[in-house]
Design a protein around this ligand. Structure first.
Ligand code: ZN
Length: 330
C-alpha cells in the first residue's frame, strides 16, 4: 500500500511491466514514443495515442487502479486466494458483480500461452468436481458435476511438482489422450489406473505405467493409494472450492477456478509473495481485455467433438464403483 498510494503510482508500475525498455506502439510495433501530459504515449511513427492500460485487462476499467492492485495482492499472495464476497467487503467495492468480475479477469490471465508441459514422472486420473449447491441438503444438493482430469508430477524420492486440471466432456480415449497430449511432454512416464481410456497412450510417445486396482487389492495394498498424487490434488482443490468459495462455483466457471487453484499450487514453494503478485500483474498487462459479457457467457471449453453414442461414447467412469474412488464419494 505504501508503494501504490495513487493511481499514478500504479500506472508507473504497469508501464514498467508492459514496456520494460521503451514504449512499443501496439498498432505499428515501432519502438519509441512521446509521453504526453495525460500519461498517454504517442507513437513517433504513426501518431497513435495509447494509454498504459489500453488493450490490457485494465482497459476502460471504472475501478481505481489502487483497488485493482489491492485485489491483485490479495488474489496473488493469500494462501487460499480470496472470494468475491470478501474482496467486496474488504475493499469496499460497490457491487458484488464488480468484485466477482475483477477476480474472473485476474483468473483469465493465468494461463500463459506456450507454458511448458509436465515432465518426468506424471500421475493422471479423472474425478468429478462441483455440483455442490449451498443451502441444499441431501439428494437435492447435487447440481451438475464436471469430469476433471488431473495430472501431477511426482518428485523423487517424494513430494509433488506441478499439476494441471482440465474439464473433459467424458472419460473416453480421445478426451483423455487429448488432455495428456496438451499437458504432458512426450517421453514422460505416465502412471494411470487400468481404465481403458488410457490405453495406447504409449503410441503418443509416453512411457505408460498402468496400475491395476484389482492387482493392488489382491496384493494387499490400498487401491486408493494407487495414485496418491492426483488423490491429494483432488482433495485440496475440492476443499478450496468448498472453503474459500463455499462451493458456489457454477459449472460454466469451474475451469477458471481450477486454473487459479493450479496457478497457486504450482507456486506454493515460491519464497517471495511479491514475486507472485508481480507475475499476476505482468500477465494482466500482457493480456487482451476481457469483457464482462465474455465472463458471463463463456461456456465450458469442449475441445473434442462429442463422441459417438455407445462404445467409448458413454462416460464410463460414472459406472465405476465409488469404493475405488474414495474422493469422489465425499
Ligand atoms: Zn505506431
Amino acid at each position: 500500500m505504501s508503494w501504490f498510494r495513487t493511481d499514478a503510482d500504479c500506472l508507473d508500475y504497469l508501464e514498467w511491466l508492459r514496456w520494460p525498455d521503451s514504449f512499443v506502439c501496439p498498432r505499428c510495433s515501432v519502438v519509441g514514443g512521446w509521453c504526453l501530459g495525460d500519461g498517454r504515449f504517442e507513437c513517433t511513427a504513426c501518431g497513435r495515442r495509447t494509454s498504459v492500460t489500453a488493450g490490457t485487462i485494465f482497459d476502460r476499467t471504472r475501478t481505481p487502479l489502487t483497488v485493482w492492485f489491492m485485489a491483485c495482492w490479495m488474489f496473488a499472495t493469500q494462501k487460499d486466494g480470496v472470494s468475491a464476497q470478501s474482496l467486496q467487503r474488504s475493499l469496499e467495492i460497490g457491487s458484488y458483480q464488480t468484485a466477482w468480475a475483477m477476480l474472473h479477469r485476474l483468473r483469465s490471465v493465468l494461463i500463459r500461452p506456450g507454458r511448458e508441459r509436465l515432465s518426468g514422472i506424471v500421475e493422471v486420473d479423472e474425478t468429478f468436481i462441483g455440483g455442490e449447491e449451498p443451502g441444499l441438503r441431501g439428494g437435492r444438493a447435487k447440481g451438475k458435476k464436471s469430469l476433471v482430469v488431473i495430472a501431477v508430477e511426482l518428485r523423487e524420492p517424494k513430494g509433488y511438482g506441478r499439476c494441471r486440471m482440465t474439464i473433459v466432456p467424458d472419460a473416453s480415449g480421445p478426451s483423455l489422450h487429448a488432455m495428456i497430449a496438451d499437458h504432458v511432454e512426450p517421453g514422460t512416464q505416465v502412471i494411470t489406473d487400468g481404465w481403458q481410456g488410457y490405453r495406447k497412450i504409449d503410441k503418443l510417445g509416453y512411457v505408460h505405467d498402468r496400475r491395476s486396482q484389482r492387482a493392488a487389492r489382491a496384493g494387499g495394498d490400498d487401491p486408493a493409494e494407487l495414485l496418491p498424487g492426483v488423490h491429494r490434488i483432488a482433495s485440496l482443490a475440492k476443499r478450496w472450492l468448498l472453503g474459500t468459495h463455499q462451493g458456489s462455483v457454477d459449472e460454466a466457471h469451474l475451469q477458471s477456478y481450477l486454473d487459479e487453484f493450479v496457478f497457486r499450487f504450482n507456486r506454493r514453494t515460491s519464497r517471495s509473495r511479491g514475486l507472485v503478485f508481480y507475475r499476476v500483474l505482468e500477465l494482466a498487462v500482457g493480456h487482451d481485455p476481457v469483457r464482462y459479457h465474455d465472463l458471463i457467457v463463456r461456456p465450458t471449453p469442449a475441445k473434442n467433438p462429442p463422441s459417438t453414442p455407445g462404445g467409448t461414447g458413454h462416460p464410463p467412469s460414472l459406472e465405476r464403483s465409488p469404493a475405488t474412488r474414495p474422493w469422489r464419494a465425499a
